[in-house]
Write a protein that binds this ligand. Structure first.
Ligand code: PLP
Length: 390
């Protein structure tokens, strides 16, 4: 039975991506003449580091795309998330609520703030943080003045960090509503969701602060990079100040007014990013068309279903995914092996964060939905150009 399911799995992917000689990667960046042109312009300018014309251009473009009042370019998404949490008030010794089903950076950014993670569950449709699991966790904590304290650790709950999984918007409005009830700020890990909206509002702009990643595997890449998003005037200015060594503007004096970071995105990376952003509307259109093709290809396949965007949202379909109707690590791995043998470089979800050795002692809610999702999801080739393969 599973053997034939593995065959069907491979065949249905092949029906969309065609028969190419090379192994087909999960998400391969498209680097062309425009990238080379902008990078050469950057090289010719000699402004290759943290000052240069491409950086503010990229920030402006990101403000246009997301509608955020401030977009601050940084050297990668992980440090962007760390600063986004810092700006939201996360301090050493605090606790931050995150989903266990996420990439390691979500938890590491908390640790880099000197804070501790508390894991909550996911919900099935978006695969992201469950507002119910969040509410149950916050209800189990105690109030002390204006703070919320985890009685098991005595730590203050300083932020809630939902993540938009594989580009599909989490139920962010419900999460923000719960967070507001308890007076805890929301920091959005929108690393994967450039081009994903809830209604007409871009992901990453619902919380106090947010972050989008431009890692090489994302829909738009700067090589390494990211942006911090916020609508808050003070935090926007502070994000730029803190990520550029807190240097006071002066023609020659090196006066800095606090201990800060050198997290600015280099101009060289921003040049690459601007070429990618010029092409991003096409990438987005292709990714959504590719998703529609996969959805049709897996229609009616017993035991497997295509992961579609949640109702009321528009997903960038960063990574298309197939879900086993019954969670099974054995079957998941069998399907993945068959795909790899056929040259299709599919991959599972990340190992759950509460099972990673650094985070096994952290507090957590019941995470059975995330556990099932981990055992039932397979990400399939999602490079935009695959939309034109067949
Ligand atoms: C959910 C999530 N959070 C954070 C990050 C960190 O971004 P970066 O790789 O740019 O540091 C990534 C991606 O890499 C991610 O997928």
């Amino acid at each position: 039975m599973s053997n034939s399911l593995a065959t069907v799995f491979v065949d249905r992917i092949r029906s969309v991506v065609g028969h190419q000689p090379e192994p087909i990667g999960l998400h391969v960046p498209e680097i062309g003449e425009l990238e080379k042109k902008y990078i050469n312009e950057c090289l010719d300018s000699t402004f290759v580091s943290s000052v240069g014309a491409f950086i503010p251009k990229l920030e402006e473009r990101m403000q246009e795309i997301t509608g955020a009042r401030h977009a601050v370019a940084v050297s990668n998404g992980t440090v962007g998330l760390q600063v986004a949490m810092f700006l939201a008030g996360v301090e050493p010794g605090d606790e931050v609520v995150i989903p266990t089903l996420s990439f390691i950076a979500t938890a590491n950014a908390v640790s880099h703030c000197g804070a501790h993670v508390y894991f909550v569950d996911s919900e099935t449709t978006s695969m992201g943080m469950s507002a119910d699991s969040l509410r149950a966790a916050l209800e189990s904590f105690t109030r002390s003045g204006s703070s919320l304290i985890n009685p098991a650790t005595g730590r203050r709950i300083a932020a809630i960090v939902p993540m938009h999984t594989l580009g599909h918007p989490v139920d962010i409005e419900a999460i923000v509503a719960v967070a507001n009830e308890y007076g805890v700020p929301v920091v959005e890990d929108a690393a994967e969701s450039l081009g994903s909206f809830v209604g007409s509002k871009h992901t990453g702009t619902f919380g106090l602060t947010g972050m989008i990643s431009f890692n090489g595997n994302k829909i738009v890449t700067t090589g390494g990079g990211g942006v911090i998003l916020t609508n808050d005037e003070v935090l926007g200015k502070r994000a730029k100040h803190l990520t550029t060594t807190a240097k006071l503007a002066h023609k020659w004096e090196f006066e800095h007014d606090e201990i800060a970071w050198n997290y600015r995105m280099p101009n060289l990376n921003a040049a690459l990013g601007m070429a990618q952003l010029d092409k991003y509307p096409r990438y987005l259109e292709q990714k959504r068309r590719l998703a529609a093709k996969y959805q049709a290809a897996f229609e009616g396949v017993e035991g497997l279903s295509f992961v579609a965007e949640p109702a009321g949202t528009t997903s960038n379909y960063w990574l298309c995914a197939i879900r086993l109707d019954e969670p099974s690590l054995a079957l998941r791995d069998e399907l993945m092996s068959a795909a790899h043998e056929a040259g299709l470089l599919v991959r599972p979800m990340w190992n759950l964060l509460h099972q990673q050795r650094m985070y096994q002692a952290a507090g957590r809610a019941d995470v059975s939905v995330a556990t099932d999702l981990h055992a039932s999801l397979i990400c399939i080739p999602s490079t935009p150009a695959l939309a034109e393969a067949v």
